[in-house]
Write a protein that binds this ligand. Structure first.
Ligand code: ARG
Length: 307
């Protein structure tokens, strides 16, 4: 066992900063699955009793999958900050939820479910450390009573230079006001109507060429119209049910490389035709919590200013 981050990888913010300048790759936050499990149920994917039956195998598979995800990002040139795991906070691995970061400004999560609220203080400490070491500049919080589950429900679209927010399941619609004030970029809000697609990132994925993968049934007709208007029908790629059910929309775009927990052959063909390469990482153990590649990843390198 021991550490699951590869030996020889530079830890600590200072070491990360030293390599940031030399790399054009993404700058990410991941949290190792040392205490990952499904021990409560806050979405339809989670079944603590089923997890318990094969807990050891599933925890092992989670470590293997997470390591492959880490190695895949490293091979794509990523710098990865490690958020420490903590006993009793199994969903901490889903770093997309702990905050959103744009222009080095952090907006911290405020979780709706009591089961995840313990992650908030942990996240705040982590980002204060990143601020002290100069990786981020500002840390913001939402007013009391406004729920917000980070990048999972606040999706930076570099193509349109705007933020898409998801609401109706976990995050509050009202979070949008603060998001616009903090970041000074336009936002568009999408209501989530299917409990299986409880975060925007489970049903929506912006690719580097401006195409968007989306699960049509996760949204209202109004939301789909808004997507057609802002994205254009030729750039909207519907994710079929079979892929949606393996959380294929929860993928991460690193330039023309797309990292998936799972991607069906037809979807892959479509993406290849548009110039993308599909990488698959076995993340089925995280699917049992309702998460896949995007959920396990937080980007620090979103910029609306400059570039
Ligand atoms: N079990 C977690 C939850 O229900 C999974 C979170 C997945 N994260 C995401 N960004 N979709 O909150």
């Amino acid at each position: 066992a021991g550490r699951i981050v590869p030996a020889g990888h530079a830890h600590g913010a200072a070491a990360q900063r030293a390599t940031t300048a030399a790399s054009n790759g993404p700058h990410l936050v991941m949290c190792p699955p040392e205490h990952y499990e499904v021990s409560y149920k806050i979405n339809p994917w989670m079944d603590p009793a089923a997890w318990a039956v094969s807990a050891e195998t599933l925890a092992h598979d989670a470590r293997v999958g997470w390591q492959k995800l880490y190695d895949t990002y490293r091979a794509l040139g990523a710098n990865i900050e490690i958020m420490p795991a903590q006993p009793g906070l199994p969903d901490l691995v889903f770093t997309a939820n702990c905050a959103v970061v744009l222009d080095r400004k952090v907006l911290l999560a405020r979780y709706k479910c009591a089961e995840r609220q313990g992650e908030e203080a942990h996240g705040r400490r982590f980002f204060e450390g990143l601020k002290q070491s100069g990786v981020v500049d500002e840390i913001h919080e939402l007013p009391a009573g406004v729920f917000f589950e980070g990048a999972g429900d606040c999706y930076w679209d570099p193509h349109r230079r705007m933020l898409w927010t998801g609401w109706g399941q976990r995050s509050s619609l009202e979070a949008r006001t603060a998001i616009e004030r903090i970041y000074g970029v336009p936002t568009a809000s999408l209501k989530l109507v299917d409990p299986r697609f409880y975060h925007l990132d489970t049903a929506f994925c912006v690719l580097s060429g401006g195409e968007v993968l989306y699960v049509p049934g996760a949204f209202t007709e109004e939301g789909r119209q808004l997507m057609r208007a802002l994205i254009g029908p030729e750039r909207l790629i519907a994710v079929e049910d079979a892929d949606a059910e393996t959380l294929a929309a929860n993928s991460v775009a690193v330039g023309r490389d797309l990292v998936f927990g799972s991607c069906g052959a037809a979807l892959e063909t479509q993406l290849n035709a548009r110039g993308y390469t599909v990488h698959r990482v076995p993340l089925g153990s995280f699917g049992r919590s309702g998460g896949s590649a995007y959920c396990l990843t937080l980007r620090l390198d979103n910029y609306a200013l400059a570039s």
